[in-house]
Design a protein around this ligand. Structure first.
Ligand SMILES: *Cc1c(COP(=O)(O)O)cnc(C)c1O
Length: 396
């Protein structure tokens, strides 16, 4: 049987809706793009987005800022990181995560991951003991949630400050509790490939008023923090406002204007992602050469990308597998490559950090393939793509 190539684009997002375009054009017509450039009594789009995202997330406070990476970096600073202090984080993540730790003058120490792509809780406990770390920046990489009940026991027992990186879990839940509502603070990205798309952008949430007051000052609020949509009361800033540097990284009204209508669509988009994920997963699951990570019933994920393993694949065979898929129009990423490609890299290519031995991670990543699932793909596209992957896995 000759399989037809797939001709869709793995980087094609859905168009910005007319409602969002209209809102953006209106902002452009006023010329008031800066979040604090408002008339008396006018609430900016950025402040409204903060209110709406806090409501969606069910968090007390929300700060809109320049990017997800920036949100992580100021979260660490607002949580009181000291120069050179250890921050534990997942060994399997994307480059902005270690980057944000270094940006906050912290020292990343990587915790191993399991064969199901979540934090290895045994290794976490070992590393808490050996490093005496106070911080855990937990990256829910590619939307895989670790057992949050067990994790929170460890966090509480060891008095860890938990910051969640929810770049891939906006809208996800563990046992009906939203990802991002477990720790001191959580960071979300609205970069083009995430669950909301403003090109670039970030959201930081927390229930801690002093933490949030520091984060708002850090984001570059000057003395205009009372113009925020989901901020602590002004008196919380009294002791904080002169002691916290302004590290400009604000969101602007243009981006907030196009995010607000998208937020209203998020839940229905999550369903659309999951239909597509399941269509692909079902077909891959029938193939013996392919192993899918186990997703526990407590995890309500957002299937905006899919990961699978081909066990014991050599580096040469992995590259050939990528090429075979690519020739049929399917763009996979392989996390086992020593040489970083495009958005994909691993701890071995983050040479600004001390080299760390992570044998479990290396073994998991060596056979790990990853694929985006843009919402522009139809269910038939998803089945077609899965058939191509399976055919390529067969013919190795
Ligand atoms: C995209 C991403 C971020 C942060 O993204 P920005 O591009 O800085 O908004 C953080 N963590 C992960 C895992 C990501 O994929």
């Amino acid at each position: 049987m000759k399989i037809q190539p797939f001709t869709g684009s793995f980087t094609q997002q859905e168009a910005i809706s007319d409602a969002a375009i209209d809102a953006a054009v209106e902002v452009l017509r006023t010329g008031r793009l800066h979040r604090y450039n408002t008339h008396i009594d006018e609430v900016s789009h950025t402040a409204k987005l903060e209110r709406e995202y806090a409501d969606y997330q069910q968090s007390t406070y929300c700060l809109a800022c320049a990017s997800g990476g920036y949100a992580m970096s100021i979260a660490l600073q607002a949580a009181g990181i000291k120069p050179g202090e250890t921050v534990l984080t997942n060994s399997f993540t994307l480059a902005p995560v270690p980057g944000s730790i270094v940006n906050a003058r912290g020292a990343p120490v990587f915790v191993e991951i399991t064969n199901d792509l979540v934090l290895d809780l045994e290794d976490l406990q070992d590393k808490i003991k050996s490093t005496r770390a106070r911080f855990l920046l937990l990256s829910h990489m590619r939307g895989h949630l670790v057992d949050m009940d067990r994790l929170m026991d460890i966090v509480k027992t060891n008095d860890l400050l938990l910051i969640e990186d929810c770049a891939h879990t906006m809208g996800a839940q563990w046992n009906n509790r939203k990802s991002g509502n477990f720790g001191l603070a959580s960071c979300f990205s609205t970069q083009t490939y995430k669950h909301l798309n403003s090109g670039e952008g970030g959201l930081l949430t927390s229930d801690d008023s002093e933490f949030m007051a520091r984060a708002i000052m850090l984001s570059g609020s000057y003395m205009l923090y009372d113009r925020h949509g989901a901020a602590p009361a002004s008196k919380v800033f009294d002791d904080i406002r002169l002691d916290t540097p302004n590290c400009s990284g604000r969101m602007d009204n243009l981006r907030a204007a196009i995010l607000r209508p998208q937020l209203a669509q998020l839940e229905s988009n999550i369903e659309r992602w999951n239909e597509r994920y399941k269509a692909i997963e079902k077909r891959l699951a029938k193939n013996d050469a392919i192993r899918l990570p186990i997703r526990p019933p407590a995890e309500h994920y957002v299937g905006s990308s899919i990961q699978f393993f081909i066990e014991n694949i050599s580096a040469t065979a992995a590259r050939d597998f990528l090429i075979a898929n690519k020739q049929l129009g399917v763009e996979l990423k392989w996390f086992g490559d020593d040489d970083p490609v495009a958005f994909t890299s691993n701890h071995k290519s983050w040479r600004y950090i001390n080299e760390q031995s992570l044998p479990k991670t290396d073994s998991a990543l060596s056979g790990l393939f990853d694929m985006r699932i843009p919402l522009t793909f139809s269910l038939a596209d998803c089945e077609h793509i899965a058939d191509i992957i399976v055919a390529c896995a067969h013919h190795r």
